[in-house]
Structure formats: C-alpha cells, structure tokens
Ligand binder design. Sequence first.
Ligand code: G3P
Length: 218
Amino acid sequence: MKFFIDTANLDEIKEAYALGILDGVTTNPSLMAKEGIKGQDNIIAHYKAICDIVEDNVSAEVIATDFEGMIKEGENLASISPKIVVKIPMIKDGIKAIKYLSGKGIRTNCTLIFSAGQALLAAKAGATYVSPFIGRLDDINQDGTELIAQIVHIFDNYQLQTQVLAASIRHTMHLITCAEIGSHVATCPLKVITGLLNHPLTDSGLSKFLEDYKKSQS
Ligand code: G3P
C-alpha cells in the first residue's frame, strides 16, 4: 500500500519524507487555506515547493466546477511538474474533465467519492485514483472502510487500473483496515503515520535492553 500524507504543511511533508516511506501528498482547498496560502501565484509556488520535497504523486485540486474551467485549471496545474496529479471533484463535469485530462496523459484523482457507483464512473472515465472519504462516512453512521472493500472488489472484478486512495483517514485502525482490505493507497495526517510507530512493549523492551547493556558494561 502506498502512503500519502494529507496536508499542505511543508514541515509535516518533510518529516514524513525523512522517514523514507512517503509515496505522495494530497492537498485540498481546505488544507491549503489552513496553511494561509492565498492567491493563484502563491498557490502555484506552494505546489512547486511540495514537488521539490517528494518524488511523485502530488495531488493539486481544481477550484472550477465547470468542464472548461476544470480542464484549463487542470492543464495549468499539470504544467507545474510531472509529479502533479490533478484532483477533480465527483460531479458530472468532473467526469468529463477526467476523461479529457486522462486522454491527454494527465493523471487525475477523483475526490469526494462516497459511493461505489461514483468510484466506478470515475474509473471508467480513466481516473488514476479515486478518493473515498472514509472518516466523513463514519461521521454519518456509515462504515467508510466497507466502501473501500466494495470498491476494491469491483475494480478487481474488471482489472481496472484505477487505484483506490482511501482518504479522510482519522486514526491508525482506519489505516490498518485499509491495508487488510487491499486499498492501493492511504492518505493520512502525519499523526496517523507516526502513530503506527507506537507500542508500549516496544518502549519497555527497549528500555530493558539498554538497562541490561549498561549493567553488563559496568
Ligand atoms: O483526504 C481528504 C481529507 O483531507 C478530508 O479529511 O478529516 O476533513 O474528513 P477530513
């Protein structure tokens, strides 16, 4: 499973990249706003800065919601770097834009997926990734990880090349369940990635090893 980090914060991206396990970054307008990135020039510069840190797979989201606007913005974003994946919302014109951009060889990530039907449409249009938001489904009493399993199953049935990118991941168990199900990618906040490091038996075991080493040396 590929690990993406879901943030526009450069320090967090650097920290995750330094671990050596990071495969990409996803951003969205809310995450960009959280970092105080305003104005088109600053937005482009920020995407460039992210692309300078990681090796590939930087999802950059369009703001337009009409076909012409999305393809214009998508082509502009893709021209920043070959690492850019254009993020397109799951709406009717979004499907058309994914079809158009994928035909031009531009990778796309269809975002705001909340059903298997939406994922199937995006895959048929040629999306590189589909992003089901599992935490937001959990928020309304639907099992988000069940949706991941359903989409993985459907894509497997037809050997679709589109990859399932589990998004809106809130905690480590979401991540582990996605891995068990066979999600191709999971994008998560830094705290979820680093949360995988933790186990009290690792901490107490290491303390004991170091204590015993010290004793043996005195
Ligand atoms: O990857 C999508 C993500 O940014 C949304 O997460 O926690 O706002 O539902 P959340």
